[in-house]
Design a protein around this ligand. Structure first.
Ligand SMILES: C[S@@+](CC[C@H](N)C(=O)[O-])C[C@H]1O[C@@H](n2cnc3c(N)ncnc32)[C@H](O)[C@@H]1O
Length: 282
């Protein structure tokens, strides 16, 4: 299957600069920086190798939209953005200079200030390395943690509440493995309800990367932490993303989370400020 072309202001700027310099062709990424192709520059627009055409007017429009990525289809562009009826929130794919993030109700799903979402993901994953055996990823999002975990794990089970978020992931070139890697099993539902359905001691590693506390307080509750403890194998590890441990608001949430994780049974809970979270050991 040919993949849809997805562009952001980064590629639009490169195309417009090449036109300005009078070039006949230019190398541009058709997938937000994953690969490069040679694009032909014509009077009225550009043509990609597969024959997909894009007008300069639309390229200008992409350049002027720093908070949206666009799919190119049938010669026109469409912003990767949905209104999720499930959550009553707008979800969109947010470009960065490198790996994109998602905006849900104005919150970015990954760290993007002085760090790229992929580096953010690698920091999270590194806290519970080596990642082997069965992994539970409680909140799929764009699937970056699930995809990275699946590089070394035997199986990754990942849960997403919002069909709108899944739709955005489906259009994100950086999320392709979420749909193509047979080691990743995607479940749609509320992690608060789905996790209690798993058998005791099912997982070797758990990645718990929930929305901020104000949007999903139940995913930071003692009841939910006890479920995470129950489904984790003895000797297993949990990474729980919280936010900047040194900030006032996340500091408060962290103190509560540390206490409730210990009460849930975890033997040791350690702050990992570089990954904006904590690691709990069973
Ligand atoms: C911070 S993002 C996860 C980012 C992800 N780890 C990644 O690498 O892209 C949180 C995700 O959890 C989803 N979510 C919110 N509440 C949830 C729930 N109760 N159960 C499962 N997923 C939930 C949100 O829709 C969002 O996609």
């Amino acid at each position: 299957m040919t993949q849809a072309i997805v562009l952001s202001y980064v590629q639009a700027e490169a195309l417009l600069a090449a036109r300005q310099q009078g070039q006949a062709t230019v190398e541009v990424s058709p997938d937000l920086g994953i690969s490069l192709v040679t694009v032909e520059l014509l009077h009225e627009g550009v043509t990609f190798p597969g024959g997909e055409h894009l007008r300069w007017k639309d390229i200008e429009k992409i350049k002027k939209s720093p908070t949206n990525c666009f799919v190119v289809q049938g010669g026109s562009i469409r912003a990767i953005q949905v209104f999720s009826e499930y959550t009553n929130r707008v979800c969109s794919l947010l470009p960065t200079k490198h790996t994109p993030s998602m905006l849900i109700a104005g919150f970015t799903m990954h760290r993007i200030v002085d760090i790229d979402p992929m580096q953010d993901t690698l920091k999270k994953i590194a806290t519970i390395a080596p990642i082997t055996g069965r992994v539970l990823d409680t909140a799929t999002g764009l699937g970056y943690t699930a995809i990275e975990a699946a590089r070394t794990a035997q199986q990754v089970v990942t849960i997403e509440l919002d069909p709108g978020a899944q739709e955005i992931a489906r259009l994100n070139p950086w999320s392709r493995d979420l749909f193509n890697n047979a080691k990743i099993q995607q479940l749609m539902g509320d992690a608060y309800e789905v996790v209690p359905t798993f058998e005791d001691e099912t997982f070797d590693r758990i990645i718990h990367d929930p929305p901020v506390f104000s949007l999903a307080g139940e995913l930071y509750s003692g009841v939910f932490y006890r479920q995470l403890f129950r489904v984790l194998k003895r000797g297993g590890r949990l990474f729980h993303y919280i936010g900047d441990l040194n900030s006032k608001s996340s500091g408060t949430v962290t103190r509560g989370a540390l206490k409730r994780l210990q009460e849930a049974g975890f033997t040791r809970v350690v702050r990992r400020p570089e990954a904006y979270g904590v690691v709990a050991y069973k």
